[in-house]
Structures are given as C-alpha cells and as structure tokens.
Design a protein around this ligand. Sequence first.
Ligand code: ARG
Length: 460
Amino acid sequence: MWGGRFAEGPSAIMREINASIPFDKVLWREDIAASKAHVAMLAAQGIVTDADARTIADGLDTIAGEYERDGVPENWDLEDIHMVTEDRLSQIVGAAAGRLHTARSRNDQVATDFKLWVRDTIDQTDAALAALQRALVTRAGEHADSILPGFTHLQTAQPVTLGHHLMAYYEMFRRDRSRFADARVRLNECPLGSAALAGTGFPIDRDRTARELGFDRPTDNSLDAVSDRDFALDYLSAAAQTSLHLSRLAEELILWASQPFGFVRITDSLSTGSSIMPQKKNPDAAELIRGHAGRITGCLMQLSMTMKGLPLAYSKDMQDDKPPVFEAASLLALSVAAMTGMIAESTFNIARMRQAAEMGFATATDLADWLVREADIPFREAHHITGAAVKLAEGKGVALDDLTIAQLQDIDPRIDERVYTALSVEASVAARNSHGGTAPAQVRARVADARRVLNMGDGA
Ligand code: ARG
C-alpha cells in the first residue's frame, strides 16, 4: 500500500514482526461496520459519489459474507485486518475501492474498531456477570438459614449463614458490573475522522459517523483519539478486578470441597477425576478460575507497560494492545461461565457446615454480648469473662453451651440459665440482624432486593 516510496519489499523478518493480521482479524465485523459508516458519510457529504459509495458498501457486504463463511485470510504481506479487507475490496469492486480510505487513516480506523469490539465485550461481560449474580442470589435464597463457620484469619470467628456468604459475592460482582458500565460510558466517543493524527481537510461529518456506530459523540482531540488506549486499560482493569473476585470464590469452593471441610460437593460436570487415585474428584475448574486471575491481571500489566512513555500520537507499539485484551476477554468469559455453573449446580452439606460452626467456640462473642446486654457488664470485662469460659470449655474438650450453669457461675455469678438461649449457632446468627448482618431475616431482605434489581421476580 506504500509501494510508491520504497524500492524493495519488506524483508521476511520485517513482514513477520509487522503483521497483526493473525490476531486483529478478530476485528473484521467492526472494521466493516466502521467502513460502511465512513463511506455513507463520505457520500452524504459529497466527498465520494453515491454510485461509488454503493459499490463500496456492496463490496464490503460481500466480504463480510466471505469472512463469515471462510474466515479471514491471513496474508502477512497485507499486515492487518484493515489492509486485508481493503485489498479484497479492490479485487471485488476495482478502482472505486481506493476512495474508501479518503479522510481516514488506519490510526483512527483501528482505534474505532477496537473501541467497538471492547464495547461489545463489555456488554457480553455484563450479561454474563448478571447470570452469575442470579445463580448466587438463587442459592442464597435457598440457604438463608444454613449455618457455617465465618472466619477471620481463616480461624473460626462467628457463625454466619451461607446465604449471607454467597451474597457477599453478589456485592463484589455488582461493583464489577458498575466498573464495566463506567468504562463503557467513558469509552463511547468516536475516534473516526481523526485521521492519522491531525484531523482532515475534507468536509467530513463526524457526528454522523459517531451516531451511526452507536457512539455518544465524536472525540474532541485528534491526537488523543488515535493514541488513547484508556478504554482498553479500563476494560482490563475491571476484568482484572472481576477475576480477583472470582479467584476468591474459587478458592473458597476448593477449600470447602476438600475432605476436612466437606461443605460442598462441586457438580460432576465441572470436576475431573484422577488418572491414578480412583477416589479423587478434583475441583479443576475452580483451580483454573483461580489461576486465570493471574493471567488476566498479567494482561493488564502488559498493556500498561506497552503504553508507558509513548509520545503522541500513534506508535506501532500500540499494535500490541490487542492480544492482552483478547486473551483477558476469553479467559474471563470462560471463568464466569464455569463459576456460574458451579454456583448453580453444586450441593452444599448443611449438616456438615452446621457441625463445623459449632466447633471453635464460634458463639463466644454471643456470650460476651449477653453479659453486656443482660448483666450490664462493660464489654471489655465481658470479653475477659468469656475468655475464661472458653478456656474452661477448651480444657474439658466441650462446647461453650456444654458447660453447666454451676461451672459458668463459678466464672461469674451474674450469669444465669437464660444464657443458653444465646449460645446456639441459630441464636447467634439470628441476633445479627443489623442492616447488612448475617441474620436470616437480613439475608432474605437482601435477596429480595437483589431479585428485584436482577428482574428475577419475587421467587414465590
Ligand atoms: N495494525 C495497526 C495496529 O493495530 C493498525 C494501525 C497502523 N497504523 C500505522 N500508521 N502503521 O495498530
């Protein structure tokens, strides 16, 4: 395409290092859509004739059909999706094809295509995360009363409800969705018409192409427009954060599925067996979700480093923007789908979780709270008294509510029989009815809110 200035063709190495067609062919739909919007605008502005515009648009439709059917040919000499498509257009429609590139450059073209692709991916990610949230909310509703140990430092802390635990992840994915939505708003300005870097002398209508491609408005600075990859970084950073949330949930499922925990049986369809140990059922999907968080976060680092220190405007470094985004998008889509399946289809062992919640003196705080409430003892002193009770129970190898009233009164005479009602795990979770607390009533209220937000009906 630039043969006019060069005496020799590119060396084999140049051809190979330069080619982006192996990966940017993914952008063919966006490239054709943007070209059609561009040529329609050129005709409307009288920059090309209506007849040429129609010829070009028809040729682009033909190419779209070919790509759909046969895939995009990977011709490295033609470098990228923009030139592969333009070259094919000239084979199909002849000289008129040469008019398509009036008042644009590959620099504004690639920025436009890539934004369209990322925007579409954001929409797909949002839908996938909403499906994951629906699965979480459904299971949380089923398990509003199921009790398991809540941990801090992975040490038994206080009993919590499984519904509450699952709804914690609902909240994380709610914030993730809002980060993607926010990225989408900022992304949605159209670079097309910024041309190589300085704009164009042709009387183009940028509002028209922006509108046609679903953007809110054209970008306001051509130098920025062709060299901005914030939208890709915003996407990657939302994707990385989502992957971190997924990895935490994956890790909990892995722990919970292990024999010493035994809280959950991960669905067979998302587990694997061992080739040597017949009893094994491994949580591979969960482990890979946990692992993919590393790769997705790596993609964010990769593009951040590519963009660091680049002068205005376009530099070829920026061609490296696409592989990390494509990689992160496919890893994230798979991770979300696998997690949705695991949440929807795994079986929780309610008895086992409850039993674990009763170990480790999980209701010690309830004893302290009871002393504050019923005996008007300052919390610090109540904490101390409770510590003595835990020590005694631990020494005897029994649970707190297995201590006799005589033993408890020995520690502090202000304790009476009523204390036992506070020491069960059921009483413990029911008591934590503050807004956002773990009480079944709170979980049911949050589940009802979430069902409304996600248009799931009232579940009745
Ligand atoms: N393949 C290039 C990319 O992805 C397209 C833009 C090339 N522009 C240029 N002036 N060489 O970045």
